[in-house]
Design a protein around this ligand. Structure first.
Ligand SMILES: Cc1ncc(COP(=O)(O)O)c(C=O)c1O
Length: 379
């Protein structure tokens, strides 16, 4: 049987045409017409004041760290169940991560555990909308406002997801997006910074352009450009922006394919899950998810490992997800043994993700579901 990979990037049709157009424009460095088209599409569809394409979600979060002027010793609260970047981007500026546990249902940062973690040194609360299902933003924003703390959304999974009718990425002062190969919309490696607080817009442009006012120079607002602030090279090439533009413009088509995949798994695995003590993803009815991934929570680590081996033996990939950051070597180095995140540890041991990409055929889905159902969890 042919191998079914966990992820496989796919084309929507116009990617190469747009790349050719970028070359024909004689503009393949950053911030050309395709970058502007992607920025404008994100600004208009999400309703954010400013969207800036970046070279990755990691770099968008590093920009957020610079924009917040994080000083050594300041603290940022981050979920322990997330990718390294969410904490590392701020640790690079000297911040100490303070790890929060997650909710057992959505696997998002547990807003009920936030308040005791806030101190006089807390600068920001980082939220990650796991699977593109919104964190409890009403409560989180209220807590942050009361304590004078900034909210930043790591929305790597959640472009076009909504919480109570409002797009993810529009709640925090800033938010990041990822266009890595594994995401719904991709250009291989890429990201964006969404800026909701207008106070950050001008400086973000400078930070993204190596600490210079080059963007103002290109707009004819200054007659030469120079070094005015800290910064780095965070803007992607037009070749990547052209590829991404084709994908973003085909967003409705891509999302309907992914919805079909997600619903196929969900509808066909419910009975098996119930019989085997396996939990399927939880999506509260006030959240619209963007169909980014599909996970199973097996009853134990041993059964998760046996399940993944069963799929692998039958030529189907499945992968676990984040390892708890509070137990990582760097997490321990920065925080000692301070954090207690039992739900993160438990979920990290038991979670397995099924193949999820835009080129899965009906036959692939049937085969994956058939194999999953062959697996029986020992009670
Ligand atoms: C929650 C989260 N944040 C950030 C990233 C990093 O994204 P990128 O590879 O675009 O830097 C990932 C990667 O998958 C992620 O899952």
């Amino acid at each position: 049987m042919p191998y079914i990979p966990f992820n496989r990037p796919s084309l929507t049709g116009r990617e190469f045409e747009y790349i050719q157009e970028a070359v024909a424009n004689w503009h393949i460095s950053g911030d050309g017409p395709f970058t502007k088209r992607c920025n404008a599409l994100l600004e208009e569809t999400l309703g954010v004041p400013s969207a800036l394409l970046t070279t990755s979600c990691t770099h968008a979060l590093e920009m957020a760290g610079l924009l917040l002027d994080i000083q050594p010793g300041e603290e940022v609260i981050v979920p322990s169940f997330t990718f390294v970047t969410t904490a590392n981007a701020f640790a690079l500026r000297g911040a100490k991560p303070v790890f929060a546990d997650i909710r057992p249902d959505t696997l998002n940062i547990d807003e009920r555990k936030l308040e005791p973690l806030i101190t006089a040194r807390t600068k920001a609360i980082l939220v990650v909308h796991y699977m593109g299902v919104g964190c409890e933003m009403d409560t989180i924003c209220e807590i942050a406002q009361r304590h004078g703390v900034v909210v930043v959304e790591d929305n790597a999974h959640g472009l076009f997801g909504k919480y109570k009718g409002r797009h993810l990425g529009t709640f925090g002062s800033m938010a990041s997006l990822s266009f890595h190969e594994t995401k719904n919309f991709t250009c291989g490696e890429g990201g964006a910074l969404l800026i909701n607080d207008p106070r950050y817009v001008e400086r973000a442009e400078i930070i993204r352009e190596k600490g210079t006012d080059r963007s103002r120079f290109f707009r004819g607002e200054v007659d030469k450009y120079t070094w005015v602030d800290l910064g780095s090279s965070y803007l992607p090439s037009e070749i990547l922006a052209a590829f991404l533009c084709a994908q973003l413009e085909a967003r409705h088509e891509i999302q309907s394919i992914r919805k079909r995949v997600w619903e196929y798994y969900y509808d066909n695995l419910q009975d098996w899950a119930q019989e085997n003590g396996v939990r399927l993803p939880t999506v509260p009815d006030y959240c619209e998810q963007p169909y980014h991934l599909f996970y199973l929570l097996l009853p134990s680590l041993e059964q998760r490992q046996a399940f993944m081996t069963h799929l692998k033996t039958n030529n189907v990939a499945s992968v676990f997800h984040y390892l708890p950051l509070h137990l990582s070597r760097m997490g321990q180095h920065l925080t000692g043994d301070a954090a207690r995140c039992p739900t993160t540890e438990d979920v990290s041991d038991r979670l397995a993700r099924l193949p999820f990409h835009n080129s899965l055929t009906e036959g692939d889905l049937e085969r994956v579901v058939g194999l999953v159902k062959q697996f029986h969890c020992a009670s």
